[in-house]
Ligand binder design. Sequence first.
Ligand code: F6P
Length: 322
Amino acid sequence: MREKKKIGVLTSGGDAPGMNAAIRAVVRAGIDEGLRVFGIRRGFHGLLNLDAVYMSLRSVSDIINFGGTILYTARSQEFATKEGIMLAKDNCKKLGLDGLIIIGGDGSIRGAKELSDQGIFCVAIPGTIDNDVNCSEYTIGFDTAMNTAMQMVDKIRDTAEAHERCSVVEVMGRNCGDIALQTGIAVGATAIIVPEVAYDFKRDILDRIKMTQKTGKKHFIVIVSEGIGKIKDVAEKIHKQTGIETTETVLGHVQRGGSPSLRDRVVASEMGVKAIEIICQEKESKIIAMESGRIIACNMEQECQKKEFNLALYNTALKISI
Ligand code: F6P
């Protein structure tokens, strides 16, 4: 008699709140379907080193409310090479895996596609705070990260208001301005700078501060997506050209941690269960995605283009931050 189907699950790239909820869903739904589930530790790095542990129903107890990932994560340089991909493929065979579930962002999903091109059955689950996965309108961790950023900026706002200052705050997102845009709207920022819209200091920051100053505004929040440039320079420029005392804050990794929001726990659970459904019913590699609020599976090829920016929402922000 053939042994029960064996699958692996790993988390890769930057961790995101809700990854643990996704692991839990994969393990529980997988066992329910009669699969043997192995956790590969430290992402693709662990796959290259055959670092696999057996996951039981109880091995994922009491993790749904925790940020981080119990499987650890890594950004593997070795996996990004041709030799790395071949070794990963051989190791999937050595471990006897009939399928591999990869939870991660756009880079990890590209890695999943490379492995899939070598004949390994992969199912990717979008997990990253950046929300930068093209085929999915939502990625696990985005909601928690935005709420963390919003709460932090609310606190900065209190002191900016008390001192009648301008606060420049940098948020994460690598090449994707979604965290900056939505946080910016939620905190009532005067200016929001994102990588998808070419940045002009006078038009996007200076003129907006001066315009709102004329109608009596005395404190200002400027949200800047990481990668735009040094926010210290932006803050100095604002001070020099307006006379307003200006501070700068990089929120950094605080946005990646913390207990996942309800939305992230629920979406992670739905996506984990959908991944197991694909493992059991299909043969072709897929990416689990959200489309019009529903959890679906799409082809790996759909991840080749860059995600379209929500320009309508950006224009909404401009209209009301006056
Ligand atoms: O991809 C998630 C993310 O937090 C990005 O927003 C950021 O650019 C990057 O990871 C930071 O990576 P690391 O934690 O490796 O410095």
